[in-house]
Design a protein around this ligand. Structure first.
Ligand SMILES: Cc1cc2nc3c(=O)[nH]c(=O)nc-3n(C[C@H](O)[C@H](O)[C@H](O)COP(=O)(O)O)c2cc1C
Length: 158
């Protein structure tokens, strides 16, 4: 299977998650990993599975990855993930509710990919960073690798 992973990342955590996914898939698939800047003019023909990831900023994806996810030439199987702040580190408690209720980048990216005609596979996933700049919470890179492996075998969800 030809798999393209496109990500944006300000502090490097989403890039680490994307790399963990690529490493997990590369032994059995043809995997290309591209930052959103590298992916700007990328040829999407022949891609069997597109995985798109963004940090959650202000409840949504970055404008750059949002722009990528609204490319008119997207099609085929796709999935989205994000990184997000650890709710346990947010004080005071009511602010936790605001952050959680505001929503996350992966859900919005999934909606955009579906609107562009992609067939979603798996469920959108969020991976947790400690504080705003990271590092990743323990075990999140491994969880990302497992999520990516499951995607390859997942039936369509839309
Ligand atoms: C300006 C700003 C807004 C943020 N907004 C949210 C948010 O709405 N929800 C959330 O869970 N995390 C939020 N975060 C934390 C980011 O998700 C975190 O910085 C990001 O996952 C780190 O990924 P990166 O290292 O790839 O940039 C925000 C961080 C910044 C700096």
């Amino acid at each position: 299977m030809s798999i393209l992973i496109v990500y944006d990342s300000i502090f490097g955590n989403t890039a680490q998650i994307a790399r963990a996914m690529a490493d997990a898939l590369t032994s059995s698939h043809e995997v290309k990993l591209a930052s959103v800047q590298e992916a700007r003019d990328i040829d999407l023909s022949g891609v069997d599975l597109l995985i798109v990831g963004s940090p959650t900023r202000g409840f949504r994806p970055t404008p750059e990855i949002q722009e990528f996810a609204s490319r008119p030439d997207l099609s085929g199987r796709a999935a989205a993930f994000d990184t997000r702040i650890d709710l346990d580190t947010i004080h005071p408690a009511p602010l936790r509710w605001v952050v959680s209720a505001g929503g996350y980048a992966a859900e919005r990216l999934s909606g955009e990919l579906r609107d562009q005609g992609c067939t979603l596979v798996g469920e959108p996933a969020g991976f947790v960073v400690l504080g705003q700049e990271g590092p990743l919470k323990d075990g999140e890179a491994e969880r990302a690798a497992a999520w990516a492996r499951d995607l390859v075998a997942a039936p369509p969800t839309s």
